[in-house]
Design a protein around this ligand. Sequence first.
Ligand code: PLP
Length: 414
Amino acid sequence: MRAFRSVGGTPRFLVSARGPYVTDAEGREYVDLVAGWGPAILGHADPRVIEAVQDAAGRGLSFGSSTPAETELAELVEARVAPVEQLRLVSTGTEATMSAIRLARGFTDRDLLVKFAGHYHGHSDGLLAEAGSGLATFALPGSAGVPADIAALTLVVPYNDLDALTAVFAEHGPRIAAVIVEAAAANMGVVPPLPGFNRALVELAHAHGALVISDEVLTGFRVSAAGWWGLEARDEASAYTPDLMTFGKVIGGGMPVAALGGSAEIMQQLAPLGPVYQAGTLSGNPVAVAAGIATLRAADGAVYERLDATAATISTAVSDALAAEGVAHRVQHAGNLFSFVFGAEAAGGEVRDYATVQRQESWRYAPFFHAMLEAGVSLPPSVFEAWFVTAAHDDAAIGRIIDAAPAAARAAAS
Ligand code: PLP
């Protein structure tokens, strides 16, 4: 993800970051729309977070024992996200989803996992699986080094397609331990769930005795104080209760913290209370947890209002610039996450799955990206990534993005 492979050119090596800006090794400053791939909702090096980290570091780096701060972080999460009755801290989103899947398998005593095409849940073997052709298939390995037998335990289904999911349950229901889903997909560009999709998915899985793991590593504490779950919980027609949820990124405020949580009945199957093994030398690390607590405490309603407004301003300005140059595109939103899909097909219709996203004119993004970089704006180096705003993006930073957009749109048009 850090590579420039899909846009070409030489990656910048960054040496510092403050507020909405990052600075490269040659001293050049850019307005940043990567935000460390999501964690920096307050902006980089927020003084409250840095101070908390420095204080914690002064008391020791790692104790190999439980700490009161872990409990405090868990309480902050549980106060925001009702389905989380118990929380286990780990260090990366990959660990969180890997452990959630093991827990689901242990709890249900079943072996198959269902995931959606284009959804990313980290790099554990069973999740690096891509669909072969067909509506829903046993997956083929999506990476060298993943044994075919492991990939074959994952079923891949098109996103936002309840018929395909229903068909998979009809065929394999008694063997399916869980469905794992990005609460709103944002690793193939942004593709939100259709209204009611998450709710229907939970109902369908439960009807077949399977669990739902809602992956909020990217959306959690970013799109609202209660993540994507919180946005959908506002409307009874879309509200849903996943069995397990996974978190990362914002929960660590830029330090390595991630978590899995859910119903106490299921979580108690984790070791040491239950038979499902899980451990980690650095889990709940006190310095990392301090950054997470400081970030969640600071992320109040005003922060989310600011993120939403900034995302709307930037996405509208860039979309207008593209339209002015005649570049067919569609802006995709999931709360304050957004991205652009290029081409007439996307512009003219709904983008609801990976196949549609893949058919876009993705080659337009590289010249667009480099023109923005040239003008001092650092975008995610792939059309298949979300753009991340922070609460520190002030008028000056937003103005630089808006000023850079027309030339970048011209580059995308050619
Ligand atoms: N799940 C989702 C939805 C993600 O976006 C990511 C990372 O981008 C992960 C899991 C994996 O997290 P990590 O990179 O911390 O292992």
